[in-house]
Design a protein around this ligand. Structure first.
Ligand code: MN
Length: 204
């Protein structure tokens, strides 16, 4: 059983494989960054989440989404559980949210394109607003195109490994703007990384 995007349904969570080869996003994201980001950073969130849940059998049947929105997590482990569950959730979506350019999925179409045009004016205008938002993330975090249940779209930033799930918002796309996502290739120039992500983002 899997819940979101290849994450198995409950404890112990396992690292889903990268859905494309490590060099498939070159030259926009280099394969060394992909190895570190997926095999080390993402894997560490999975391991630390499992470690944090280990002492609590009553939490081990919950899905990742249920853990993230659980109101009664044990106080002494609450932060560790939420930070790592958020890291697992965000990274599972992020890696599935990218695709090699050859797949030609980096532009929205149909209903999603219409919604983006309705809320932001045009796809170009949306990209500009989203990129600006990504530049504004102070420290580590994510920029998200979020949809509510009625289909309203908004651009949101979250810090660290926070999620919007429990506000009833689903990520349509999300960009990881933690330095670990780009520093090897782009150094301090986050704007160039964000610009290049538009080439390899998956909209469908
Ligand atoms: Mn990351």
């Amino acid at each position: 059983m899997t819940s979101i995007l290849g994450i198995n349904s409950s404890y112990p969570f396992t690292l889903p494989p990268l859905p494309y080869p490590y060099d498939a996003l070159e030259p926009h994201i280099d394969q060394e960054t992909m190895h570190l980001h997926h095999d080390k950073h993402f894997a560490t969130y999975i391991k630390n989440l499992n470690d944090a849940l280990k002492p609590y059998p009553h939490l081990q049947s919950l899905s990742l989404e249920q853990i993230l929105c659980c109101k009664r997590l044990p106080l002494e482990s609450r932060v560790k559980i939420l930070e790592n569950a958020g890291g697992v959730y965000n990274h599972a979506i992020f890696f599935s949210n990218l695709a090699p350019m050859s797949e030609k999925v980096n532009t929205p179409e149909g209903e999603l394109l219409e919604a983006i045009e309705g809320f932001f004016g045009s796809f170009e205008e949306f990209k500009e607003q989203f990129s600006k938002s990504a530049a504004d993330v102070f420290g580590s975090g994510w920029t998200i195109l979020a949809a509510d249940r009625a289909g309203n779209l908004s651009i949101r930033n979250v810090a660290n490994q926070e999620v919007l799930l429990c506000e009833g918002l689903e990520p349509v796309i999300l960009f990881d703007v933690w330095e670990h996502a780009y520093y090897l290739k782009y150094k301090n120039v986050r704007a160039d990384y964000v610009k290049n992500l538009w080439e390899i983002v998956r909209f469908r």
